[in-house]
Every structure is written in structure tokens, then in C-alpha cells.
Write a protein that binds this ligand. Structure first.
Ligand code: UTP
Length: 283
């Protein structure tokens, strides 16, 4: 199952407020919203595990304790359902808990995704690592035996040994919701990044190739993040750091296989719920 011998660590930035999902996210982390019967963050951790990553780092903020509880024992509940037919509902989360180590780091101020990733530096040290934004839910490709998006990126890392980001073509009118790349296609679906822009207006977007929430990053990204001034919305943007990194070193962008749902938006969340109910839960 494990594909990458090299990448063991995966960061889950989860400190954001989830304002697009208010009031549901007023007292509950967005990452705990369930798609059918499983929280978004668990799908993300399962995808990391499938890609061979077992050191899981969560970047959290205030009001995110439910995430830590989800990846811990609940003795009363487990005692209550022991030996009953309901125990099987805990199989997947037990597998994750038995296989992974979890580290929680606190981002005290919401200074952006780039800053959240920088908060994870003490856990990552000087090795390549992955980043998953759990509200982008990536399904298993249905027309091939490929792994989910992060596993596909990890396989490419084994070949190219550089930072690799996942991209998807979006309608040009949607570019304002994404980081957008431009670059040369060096192999089918694989682009050498030459430029990146955070949330451009459609008329300013260099392409319609949008960055989605799966990254493999080499550790020099931390130095670039430290040197990245706050950009759009006063936040430290990973897009800005990656743009500078791409000027100095190879950064690849990959059109991954399989469907992706933007579960940070109500529309994407509903689509994902229907998809998972029909394709996974009911089977
Ligand atoms: P989003 O832009 O989706 O923000 O952040 P959000 O707060 O989660 O949701 P909305 O837009 O208000 O509805 C992208 C990812 O970066 C994390 C978020 O938790 C999310 O996973 N993030 C963002 C942080 O961890 N810290 C930050 O300061 C900003």
C-alpha cells in the first residue's frame, strides 16, 4: 500500500474559521463536518495513510478540540458497544489510530495558510512532507487503480524529488477562489511551474489551472515562507512562497486523477455527500 519510502509526515492545517459554513462552524471545527458518517478530516488522514504517511501533524486553533478527541479513545462509548454489531462502525478510525502518530500544534493567530504551514516546522524538521487541506475531499479514481490524489503526488515525488502541487482545471469565472499556476507541460498532465497568482480575477488569471489542497513540499519552503511578506488579506500565502521557490528550483503541478469536492462550500459539500452515499457508503 505504501508508495513513498521518503515522505512520512503530513500536515493538516485546520486552524481556519470556516466562515463559509456558519453557523455550523460556530462551535464545531469545519474539519469535523461529516460526509455521510465520517468527518472530513478522517477522509484526509486515510488518504495520507494510503500514500504511506503515518506521522500526522494537525495545525489547530481555538475551538478545535473535537479533532483531537476524534483521534483518541472514547472508553465509555467503546465499552458500551463492545461485542455488538455497531463495533464495525469504528473499524476505519481504529485502523488510523493504530497506524498513525498524531501531533497537534497551535496556530495562535490566523495569519494565513502559509503561516499555518510554518507553524508545523518543528514537527517536520528537514525532510520533505505533505500538506492536506481536508475540506478539499479527493475521491478514489473510479476508472483506474490509482491511489487518491496525495498518493499520486507521492509517487511523482519519488521520481522528481521536488515540490509538487495538485491542480485542476476550473471554469475561468471561478479563478478568484483559487491559487492559479502557469507553466510548461513537461509530460502529459505535469507542468513545470513558472508563475502562480493567489485568487486572480478571471481577466487577470494566467490560466484556469487551479491549485487544490494537496501538496508535497521540500523543507526549504520554510525559509521561503519566513521571507514571504503578508499578501492578499494580510495573510502569509503559500502561493507567494511557492512562486518564489519556483524561480529558484523545480516546482511541479500535476493534474491528478479522481474527483475533488470543495467541501468548504455548501454546494461542494452536498455534491460530496451524494457522491459518497452512492459510491462508497451504499456499497
Ligand atoms: P480557507 O481559505 O478555506 O479558510 O483556508 P477557512 O477559514 O478554512 O474557511 P472560510 O473560507 O472562512 O470558509 C484553507 C485552509 O487553510 C487553513 C484552513 O483551516 C483551511 O484548511 N488555515 C487558513 C489555517 O490553518 N490557518 C490560517 O490562518 C488560515
Amino acid at each position: 500500500m505504501a508508495t513513498s519510502e521518503r515522505i512520512r509526515k503530513c500536515l493538516f492545517p485546520a486552524a481556519g474559521y470556516g466562515t463559509r459554513f456558519l453557523p455550523a462552524t460556530k462551535a464545531m471545527p469545519k474539519e469535523m463536518l461529516p460526509i455521510v458518517n465520517k468527518p472530513l478530516i478522517q477522509y484526509g488522514v486515510e488518504e495520507a495513510l494510503e500514500a504511506g504517511m503515518t506521522q500526522i501533524g494537525f495545525i489547530v486553533g481555538r475551538g478545535k478540540r473535537a479533532i483531537a478527541d476524534h483521534f483518541d479513545n472514547n472508553y465509555e462509548l467503546e465499552h458500551q458497544i463492545a461485542g455488538t454489531s455497531k463495533e464495525k462502525y469504528l473499524d476505519d478510525i481504529r485502523t488510523v489510530m493504530d497506524t498513525c502518530d498524531f501531533v497537534f500544534m497551535r496556530q495562535r493567530e490566523m495569519l494565513g495558510l502559509g503561516h499555518a504551514i510554518l507553524t508545523g516546522e518543528p514537527m517536520i524538521g528537514s525532510e520533505p512532507f505533505a500538506v492536506v487541506l481536508a475540506d478539499d475531499l479527493c475521491a478514489k479514481p473510479t476508472d483506474s487503480n490509482d491511489l487518491r490524489a496525495l498518493g499520486q503526488l507521492a509517487e511523482l515525488y519519488d521520481r522528481y524529488q521536488c515540490s509538487i502541487i495538485a491542480i485542476e482545471e476550473v471554469p475561468i469565472e471561478d479563478t478568484e477562489s483559487y491559487g492559479v499556476i502557469s507553466g510548461e507541460e513537461i509530460s502529459p498532465g505535469i507542468y513545470q511551474v513558472s508563475d502562480m497568482v493567489e485568487k486572480p480575477k478571471p481577466e487577470d488569471a494566467p490560466t484556469n489551472m487551479a491549485v487544490i489542497g494537496r501538496y508535497i513540499l521540500t523543507p526549504e519552503i520554510f525559509e521561503y515562507l519566513r521571507n514571504t511578506p503578508p499578501g492578499r488579506n494580510g495573510e502569509v500565502q503559500i502561493t507567494d512562497a511557492l512562486r518564489t521557490l519556483a524561480q529558484d528550483r523545480q516546482v511541479l503541478a500535476v493534474k491528478f486523477k479522481g474527483e475533488r469536492f470543495d467541501c468548504g462550500s455548501v454546494e461542494g459539500f452536498v455534491k460530496a455527500t451524494n457522491y459518497y452515499f452512492e459510491n462508497e457508503y451504499s456499497k
